[in-house]
Design a protein around this ligand. Sequence first.
Ligand code: SF4
Length: 459
Amino acid sequence: MIQVITDKPGYSYDIHSLVKAFFPAEDVFVFEGRMPESKEEKQIYVSIPEGDDRIAVKNRIKQELYRRLSGETGRRLPWGSLTGIRPVKIPMGFLADGRGEEEIASYMEKTYFCSREKIALATEIAKRELSVIRRLEKENGYSLYVGIPFCPTTCAYCSFASYPLERFSDRKEDYLKALFQELSSVSELFSDRPLLTVYVGGGTPTALEAEELDRLLRTLWNLFPMKEALELTVEAGRPDSITKEKLAVLKEHGVTRISVNPQTFSQKTLDLIGRRHTVEQTVESYALARNMGFTNINMDLIMGLPGEIEEDVLHTLEEVKRLAPEDITVHSLALKRASRLKIEWDSYRAFQMKNTDAQMKLTEAACRELGRLPYYLYRQKNMAGNFENVGYAAPGKEGLYNIFMMEEVGDIAACGAGTVSKRVFADGRIERCDTVKDLDLYISRIDEMVERKRKLFEG
Ligand code: SF4
C-alpha cells in the first residue's frame, strides 16, 4: 500500500492516477491536507504550488511528481505524466487549430514527457480520425448503443456488466422486455434526428439464442431508421457463443461489422482466465463468419495476460496474420477493481502479467504488415505497463462507432444494464446518465431508467 499526503485539497484524482501508473499493482490512497492514522512503509509527500490557473498547477504537480517517481524507480512511462484516457485529444486540438506536428511533439514532450513514439502514434491517429470524422458529421446525428449483459461464463479480467448464462439465463426474457421498453422510449425521443451508427455490445450479444437475437434486431429495425445508419456492429465476442443460426440472423438483419474475439491464441491462457472456449472454436467461428459473407470482422487481443511471454504473443500474432481480420483491437490488460483477477489476486500473483514495450511494438508491426492502420486509441486506469488500447483497421473498415464515441462527435443513446448515455452540447459541454448495472434492479426499475434518459435528452 502507498500513502500519498498532500498539503492542500483539490488534486487527489490526478495524483492518484499518476502514482498508480508507476505502481499499478499497489493500493494507493491520497490524504488531502492531513496525515493518515496508520503509517505505511511507503509514504509520498506532495506539496501543492500556489496559483489560480488550475491546469497549470495540475501540470506542475504532475511534472514534479513524475520526475521524483521516475528518479526513484528508474523508469520512464511511455505516456509520461499524461494520465487522461484520451491522449489523441491533444494532437486533435492542435491540428484543428492549424498547428503542425512539430508543435504537437514539442508540447507533449515538454508538458507531459511523452515518448516520441507515443506522440507520433497519437498524431497519426488524430489525422486519420479527422479524415473519418467527416462522414459522421451530420447535424444532430446520434449513435445508439445497446447492451446485452449476458456471457457464457465470466472472464477473470472482466469488470463489465456480465452475467453468466449458467446462473442468469432465466432473466433473459424479462431483460429483453425491459430493454425493448427503453428502446421504444429512445426511438421517440430521437424520432426527428439522423441515426449514424448502431453498436450492440455487452457482455456478449450472441449469448442470446438465435430467436432472441432475431427479436432484438427486428425491434431495432421497427423502431429506428436503421437503413440510414452507416454501421451496425454486433459484438459476437466469445467464440463459444457463435453458431451458424445466430450469424444467419445477423446477416439477415443487415449487420455490417462483427467481433470474434480470441484475446489470445494460447489455450493455457484461455483456460487460466476462465474464457472456457478453445482456440479451435475461435478459428472455426471466424471461418464460419467469413463463409457467410461478413466482410468486416474485428478481433480483440489482450497484451499482458497472466503467464504470457513474448513467445505467446508472437504465436497469437502469427494466427491473426493468417486469419487477416479487417479490424484488430489491441488491449493492454487493465487490473480492474471489480474483476476476478483483482479480487482473487493471490491466486494469479504467481503469474507474470506484464505488457512490455517490445510486445506493443510486435503487435503494431504485425498490424501494419497486414495493412491495418491505427485509427483510435484510449487508455484506462491500471493498465499493464501503462500503455494503451489501440484499434487498427484496413482503410475504409474503421469502426465508426468507436471514433464517434471516443471523439465525442455527438449524442449517444445507450440502452441496457450498465450503459452510459452521453449528451454533447453545442458548446462542447457533456452530460451523462447511466443505467444501473445490476440485472434485477435494471428490470425492476426500468421506468426510472427511461425517465433518466428522457431528462438528459429532452429540451
Ligand atoms: S466475454 Fe467479455 S463481457 Fe463477457 S465476461 Fe468475458 S470479457 Fe466480460
